[in-house]
Design a protein around this ligand. Structure first.
Ligand SMILES: [Zn+2]
Length: 150
């Protein structure tokens, strides 16, 4: 990334400025910093930075998109929290689905369409896994039943 690259608000085109999240986050004890649209609060658009850097952790988002990204991230995290895949595999899966390089495959860059895709695809994988688990259990019961029938 270029050093003094201007971060712009994708909603109104105004420049966004790096500032503390005080007064935006209800609780900013962690001292988070954000890129906030210069028209804030009329334009409710911001993004946090990667802690300890000035690098935005994604693109600026309004309230609806911020909520959707949080939801998409919760689903996405289930992929490795439930052990369907490990964390690296989950990001590879995301990059593949988005047809993006792995370095750009982050929920923080996703718009509404792709957030919804992540939620749907994750749900589908979780459901498939559940079906597989049930089949496996059934198979085990049948084996036990067959063994016990002697
Ligand atoms: Zn704006």
């Amino acid at each position: 990334m270029k050093k003094n690259k201007i971060v712009r608000c994708p909603y109104c085109g105004s420049p966004a400025y790096l500032r503390s999240a005080d007064g935006i986050y209800k609780n900013n004890r962690a001292g988070a910093k954000l890129y906030v649209c210069s028209k804030y609060p009329a334009c409710d658009s911001y993004v946090r930075v990667i802690p300890g850097t000035k690098i935005p952790a994604g693109s600026l988002a309004n309230k609806a998109l911020r909520a959707l990204r949080i939801e998409a991230h919760r689903y996405f995290d289930l992929l490795f929290q439930t052990g369907i895949m490990n964390r690296n595999e989950a990001y590879e899966w995301l990059a593949c689905m988005l047809q993006m390089p792995l370095s750009q495959a982050h929920i923080g860059y996703l718009g509404e369409y792709y957030c919804n895709r992540v939620i749907e695809e994750t749900k589908r994988l979780l459901e498939n896994r559940q079906i597989l688990n049930e089949r496996w259990r059934e198979h085990q019961y049948q084996k036990i039943a067959a063994g016990g029938g002697l």
